[in-house]
Design a protein around this ligand. Structure first.
Ligand SMILES: [Zn+2]
Length: 248
């Protein structure tokens, strides 16, 4: 198993901040909405030495979960491809980069994350029969404008799947575990899909992947990102889900 944690951080390099067209209050509000708060702690399995790749910057710097090629990325139509041009509410976030500037930018911020992830998968496949990537996220209790799914009744846990890389038995196992832990759970709602490095996508089925997303209202104050007193019990439940996933 290895963990991909792309959206937990809030840091923005000064040079990137200079190109963001929001004032400090607007930026703080956008970070509150867009950050998967504390997911690097919520999904932490460091004590078990599970390899983990945490993107060190905010997703407003770039979103490593999105395809770098806008032609492959459905959210680019909303100005939210790998390099966002719009906020979650559709406001202008930054001016469009020309192709050369965007390529340099992706080389600096986007590619290192994917290189690490791919190296870990390469390494796992060299040593074992296969590997399971768990794509670790959290989501708002209520939708915002950029969300494709605008329905209000969001589950506690969303399982994101890929038709080729997520075994049905794994989905069932996570569903059963959620039920036993008293968590409501849906598959690919409100968010669909899961991270598979491009090198392996639709090519090497030894690479399994599943996305696990937690509804933020379970563990943080969603306006501030501060932990609730329930944080530790939610963390233990996530740990239970991760353990169950490894049993498949
Ligand atoms: Zn996320």
């Amino acid at each position: 198993m290895l963990l991909n944690i792309p959206h937990s951080q809030v840091s923005i390099p000064a040079a990137v901040r200079a190109d963001i067209l929001l004032d400090d209050a607007e930026l703080t509000a956008e970070l509150a909405t867009m950050t998967d708060w504390h997911t690097h702690e919520l999904f932490d399995l460091e004590d078990l030495r599970v390899p983990t790749v945490v993107f060190p910057w905010s997703r407003l710097v770039c979103d490593v979960e999105r395809f770098a090629d806008d032609a492959m990325e459905p959210m680019s139509a909303r100005g939210m491809g790998a390099v966002y041009e719009r906020t979650s509410e559709g406001k202008l976030l930054r001016n469009r980069m020309d192709r050369e500037a965007r390529t340099l930018y992706l080389e600096r911020y986007y590619n290192p994350h994917h290189k690490k992830l791919q190296e870990l998968v390469d390494d796992a496949l060299a040593r074992q029969q296969g590997c399971l990537i768990v794509d670790c996220h959290s989501f708002r209790s209520a939708p915002v404008l950029c969300d494709l799914d605008q329905s209000l009744n969001r589950p506690d846990i969303c399982i994101g799947t890929d038709s080729a890389h997520t075994p049905a038995a794994l989905i069932r196992q996570i569903e059963r575990t959620c039920s036993a832990l008293g968590l409501s759970c849906e598959v690919n709602r409100p968010y669909a899909g899961t991270m598979v490095p491009l090198k392996y996508l639709q090519r090497d089925m030894r690479v399994k992947s599943v996305m696990i997303e937690v509804r933020r209202g379970l563990y943080v104050d969603e306006s501030s990102g501060l932990k609730l007193s329930s944080f530790e019990s939610v963390r233990q439940k996530i740990r239970g889900i991760l353990f169950a996933a490894t049993a498949i």
